[in-house]
Design a protein around this ligand. Structure first.
Ligand code: ATP
Ligand code: MG
Length: 590
């Protein structure tokens, strides 16, 4: 079927929408692909829906190719299964909750682990039924704190989520690899640049996890790559390389010193160099142990105080802290009232002496992994105007645990210890695969009989990719200053034919080309608008809409030629009118 601009339900706009920050959002609205219905909620217009469906179809084909079977769950879900896994609470404000007329609680599904687990439990009971992979392509709802950038972070969005079910870990590893390979094929076909990075498993629990990120400066995810090896990881998941304990037999005893007016690391380092100069080198911020305090509120309402101890030359990275604390956990830096209620804490001079779950202040104390046994630190002496020097970890203090939330910097060593250094870049999370393990099967009691007739808990994987986010991410990665420029596999049409001129002959020729291409199975968008719409306006629209091949039937027709343009590169050639259909078919099928 030929799409005709004269009747297509589309209005292109010359002005950027006022609420759009990133190019993909501006262009998708201007080119008539989507309209905003509410913050983070969009209506798909015909062109947009075409692109979305093509992306979904690519995903569907590759999922089917690994033997995964499609089904579809409701979006409106009962509370009980989410209660059983504690996610009704853990999600906090992140989900939409509602009640029916009888007062029963429901939610709009943010992701469907519970429902998939339960349906398998309903129907299967033997190892002979496994392995199994099932998936859906379905609308999800999350009340995102910061819906932004149009489709990139919506509150209603489309997700393909699949889940694998296996009897043992080796089976899970196989299912995971099959999905990983399918994702590689999907992203290769979608036609944009991406990287696969190690990821945190976040609130989902479980172990191994990787993300597929579209490389994009507007991305919200920061990832790092090693300058030498193939290590790549989301910043939230980066671990520092293991550090060996340092011998400390010769270390002097810790000594408290007067350091008046040194509440910040800079003032402290200056003071140390002035009053306690070292023989070997000057003191630096990395010699100091900084303790940063937070109030942490868990989804069940409990509140705790947390101190993070880290080298003074680094800050706590909020995103890393958020990822480590988990979904629905809120945190804020200590305020005046928090200090007031804990008189043993001397603001600006807090040290390990006052920190720890068992100390009077009752602050859980977690330290950066660089604080290994035997390392020597300058840190607060827990009295205003005083610091301790030569405080040795493992000898003079110990923490309640380790936490990896210090900022990661360009130039930090690669965790694989190969001598390479980390470099950072930004990306958009497009897909996420992970080995859930038995978390959901345990919570919902999904067991099957194994070969020996013994009941075993099933192990699961979960694999998500966002087709609606992909629409925006692909637009983001492929647009230029003129408009959208779709990769062929996802474009709303194969060719955009422009009838440029007023003559009957031009319209007749354009119409003929459109029909012949359509007959050959080529998807045609035909700008057949007559009357006051000038060729200039039509060209601008074609560039904005971004179909990969533009065919201009215009002035050249008098000399028997038709122009065929490549939208992305801007190159064009004059093709004899008689050959134009064959030529375009070849270009499209290349
Ligand atoms: P993010 O870290 O960006 O919030 P997430 O980790 O919450 O994403 P998952 O739960 O792993 O995402 O969801 C799987 C996929 O669903 C993501 O990789 C992404 O493509 C898509 N997705 C998640 N949240 C949104 C959203 N708010 N809008 C559009 N797509 C989304
Ligand atoms: Mg994720």
């Amino acid at each position: 079927m030929i799409m005709r601009m004269s009747s297509l339900f589309v209005r292109t706009l010359r002005e950027d929408p006022a609420d759009a920050e990133v190019p993909s959002h501006k262009l998708l609205v201007r080119a008539g692909y989507i309209r905003r219905a509410a913050p983070g909620i969009y209506t798909w217009l015909p062109l947009g829906l075409k692109v979305l469906r093509k992306i979904e179809d690519i995903i569907r084909e590759e999922m089917n190719a690994i033997g995964a079977q499609e089904l579809s769950f409701p979006a409106l879900l009962p509370r009980e299964p989410y209660e059983a896994t504690n996610r009704w609470t853990e999600y906090g404000d992140g989900i939409f909750r509602l009640q029916d007329r009888k007062g029963a609680d429901y939610l709009l599904g943010p992701t469907h682990e519970e429902m998939f687990t339960l349906v398998v439990k309903d129907l299967y009971s033997s190892y002979k039924d496994l392995p199994l992979s099932i998936y859906q392509i379905q609308t999800k709802y999350r009340d995102e704190a910061r819906p932004r950038a149009g489709l990139l972070r919506g509150r209603e969005f489309v997700m393909k989520d699949s889940y694998s079910f296996d009897v043992d870990d080796a089976g899970l590893e196989n299912s995971y690899q099959a999905h990983r390979n399918a994702y590689i094929r999907i992203f290769d076909r979608l036609g944009f640049e991406y990287v696969i990075v190690e990821a945190m498993s976040g609130a989902m629990g479980g172990s191994k996890s990787e993300e597929f990120l579209a490389t994009a400066t507007v991305g919200e995810d920061t990832y790092v790559r090693c300058s030498l090896c193939d290590y790549a990881a989301n910043v939230e998941a980066v671990h520092s390389p293991p550090i060996a304990a340092v011998p400390y037999d010769d270390a002097p005893a810790a000594h408290a010193e007067q350091t008046p007016d040194t509440p910040t690391i800079d003032t402290l380092v200056d003071h140390l160099n002035e009053k306690f100069a070292r023989d070997d080198r000057p003191w630096t911020a990395a010699d100091t142990l900084k303790n940063v305090l937070f109030t942490v509120k868990h989804p069940d309402g409990t509140v705790e105080a947390l101190a993070v101890g880290l080298p003074g030359d680094r800050e706590v990275d909020d995103k890393r802290l958020e990822a480590h604390l988990g979904e629905g956990v809120e945190f804020a830096p200590f305020g005046d009232d928090d200090f007031k209620s804990r008189p043993t804490l001397a603001k600006g001079y807090i040290g390990p002496g006052a920190l720890g779950e068992k100390k009077p202040a009752g602050v859980r104390y977690l330290v950066d992994p660089r604080v290994v046994e035997g390392t020597r630190w300058v840190t607060g002496a827990d009295t205003p105007g005083s610091h301790v020097i030569d405080l040795v970890a493992g000898r003079d203090f110990s923490a309640d645990g380790i936490i990896e939330v210090a900022e990661v910097r360009d130039g930090d060593p690669c965790p694989r210890g190969d001598g390479g250094v980390l470099e950072s870049a930004r990306g958009i999370e497009m897909g996420h695969i992970f080995q859930l393990g038995r978390k959901y099967a345990d919570a919902l009691d999904l067991k099957v009989l194994d070969e020996n007739g013994k009941l075993v808990t099933v192990t699961m994987g979960s694999y998500g990719v966002g087709p609606s986010r992909a629409v925006a991410a692909i637009a983001e990665g492929t647009h230029d200053e003129l408009g959208l420029a779709w990769p062929r596999e996802v474009a709303p049409a194969d060719v955009h034919i422009v009838a440029a001129g007023k003559d009957e002959a031009i319209f007749a020729a354009a119409e003929r080309v459109a029909h012949e291409l359509d007959k050959q199975g080529i998807e045609v968008l035909y700008d057949d608008r007559a009357g006051k719409i000038s060729p200039g306006v039509k060209f601008k629209d074609a560039e904005l809409i971004g179909v990969p091949t533009i065919v201009v039937v215009g002035k050249g027709l008098a000399e028997g030629t038709i122009e065929v343009k490549d939208r992305a590169s801007g190159t064009s050639e004059q093709v004899p009118a008689d050959h134009v259909v064959d030529h375009v078919v070849r270009v499209v099928r290349a």
